[in-house]
Design a binder for this molecule. Sequence first.
Ligand SMILES: Cc1cc2nc3c(=O)[nH]c(=O)nc-3n(C[C@H](O)[C@H](O)[C@H](O)COP(=O)(O)O)c2cc1C
Length: 378
Amino acid sequence: MSPKDNAEEQRRQTNPLFNDRKLKLGTFCTNLSGGCTISSADGMLDADWESTSALAAMADAMEFEALVPVGRWKGFGGDTNFNGRGFECYTWAAGVAAQTKYSGVFSTSHVPTVHPVMAAKQGMTIDHISRGRFTLNIVTGWYEPEIEMFGAPLLEHDKRYDMAIEWLDIVKRLWMSEEEFNFDGEYYSVKNAKIGPHPVQAPHPAVMSAGASERGRHFAAKYADVGFTNLDSHEPDAMRARVDSFRKLARDEYGRDIQVWTNSYIFLGETEKEARELYDYVVFKNGDPVAATNLLNQLGLNSQSLPEDVLEMLKEHFMAGWGGFPLIGTSEMVVEGLQKLANAGFDGSLLSWPMYVDGMKEFQEKTYPMIVQAGLRN
Ligand SMILES: Cc1cc2nc3c(=O)[nH]c(=O)nc-3n(C[C@H](O)[C@H](O)[C@H](O)COP(=O)(O)O)c2cc1C
């Protein structure tokens, strides 16, 4: 058994992220106001523990593999100040870990806002609370105003990843080392460092990274267990090519197998017409294009970098659900869409609903049994 196989085998015993289900599922951004939907429609998620807790309980009952919070320190303005209120990710994960039994619990960590010794210790603690279900999602930061809240400038793009490599190296060594160690890098210097106890997962908790740039993809391919890719086409061949190219990068360049996930948004209706009307109400009638434009601008997606029609389409997708794969229609159509993702080779998808709590409840009652029946959750 290779070291990689061995690590996976050990972690499979406690972390559902490594189960054999054909399509793994998760929730995305249940810790922030608005969730994934940039709209002032009635019923949007607020940042209250009752809602976040209800969403975690439903996900756990459906045995979702990934509860992924978003690390956010400042909203995006507009009428909604999208994501402006919300819970910090490590403490959120600790609370959610204590109330769930099956689901994988993630914390999203901005590299420059948390010292790696603190990250390792907090991650280890959540791994114990969850009894081995913790995954660390590493993000390098891109929203300048929120990183500046911490009193330091946002580093130039590729330097953020240089810093993340040192950061993760220290975190992993703390999770695994029996001895104290020193680290003297360009960004971090630690002296006689060691933590105890070690995490439950051996050799260390799972790691996710969702960078979209070429440098981000390489970082995920080299260091993470789970990488993310978004889709610029919904044609089956193009979708498969997208997934394959990510896997190939990890395999060819770094000799590693990684999981490839994406994110999707669900607008469910009794009929397709009803689902389309919901979309119209949330996105076209009540969407917040100012907040969406601010967000895309910060990601470098603006009229200087993209043609106007592409930008408009992106804005719509972001208002609907953080630019994810659209699942709009009846339960049958949602199942078909998820089947399409599985056929393209995706290991999993995070999901979101515009009216998060009510939408997920309806999905749990009506759609989830059909997903099981379709064989996607065997
Ligand atoms: C599933 C997913 C979760 C993400 N979570 C966060 C987050 O919590 N905080 C954040 O600042 N960025 C988050 N991002 C953004 C990416 O990590 C990444 O920074 C962004 O796509 C820009 O890519 P780049 O850094 O490689 O240029 C997320 C992206 C995806 C697809």
